[in-house]
Design a protein around this ligand. Structure first.
Ligand code: MG
Ligand code: ZN
Length: 217
């Protein structure tokens, strides 16, 4: 097994857009934009915000949403090669996502199997979609309320002897980035790392990621 371990975000990283935002635009009752703004400006915890967002979506739309995401989600260039590269090098590749199981798994299915996919879960037995958090924050997480807590997962799956690489794009990746040895970032995560002086390398495609990870082997 390689000494390098990769923790990779899903929405906006593996897929080009944030699927939760796309789902809300297409299916949510009014009010989702305000909640999204509150999440992004960190006025409310992610865990609370995502639960509130999906409480605006009828459970009856489940199959329609899955169909929509499978058509709408565009995978970032080079992802398939990146998965192949990590397999060849025996690098554990963990997908850590603030997305929800019912759309994350169908999108990733053609590229798997993965070492593990960590994400949130949905149930559809009430009128609106209910969100559950099986990977909530451990006692060391300074945010509390991450939903799918990326730093907690990193602590569980790896140790300081390993080279921990985080790939991500957004506010939900920031706590993970602080814990990482190598940060591969784009968009909001890149701006945040820049502002707070956390070293990172910018990426646009997963071909970039292959080169950056290779340099750590
Ligand atoms: Mg993301
Ligand atoms: Zn947390």
């Amino acid at each position: 097994m390689s000494n390098v371990v990769v923790f990779c975000d899903f929405d906006g990283t593996i897929t080009k857009k944030d699927n939760i935002v796309s789902i809300m635009k297409q299916f949510a009752l009014p009010g989702w934009e305000e909640i999204t703004d509150q999440i992004l400006s960190q006025k409310i915890p992610i865990q609370q915000g995502v639960r509130e967002l999906f409480s605006l979506v009828p459970s009856a739309l489940k199959e329609e949403i899955i169909k929509f995401v499978l058509q709408d989600a565009e995978i970032r260039e080079g992802f398939s090669d990146f998965v192949k590269f990590t397999r060849e090098q025996n690098i554990p590749l963990y997908i850590v996502s603030g997305g929800i199981d019912f759309f994350v798994h169908p999108v990733l299915d053609p590229y798997g199997p993965f070492d593990h996919i960590y994400c949130n879960e949905a149930t559809f037995d009430e009128e609106r979609i209910a969100i559950h958090y099986p990977h909530a924050c451990d006692e060391l997480c300074t945010s509390q309320g991450c939903g799918c807590c990326k730093p907690s997962i990193m602590r569980k799956l790896s140790d300081e002897q390993q080279t921990r690489i985080v790939i991500g794009d957004s506010v939900t990746d920031f706590e993970a980035a602080k814990l990482a040895d190598v940060v591969i970032a784009r968009d909001f995560l890149a701006e945040t790392c820049e502002k707070l002086d956390i070293p990172f390398t910018r990426f646009e495609t997963f071909t970039d990621c292959i080169h950056i990870v290779k340099a750590q082997l």
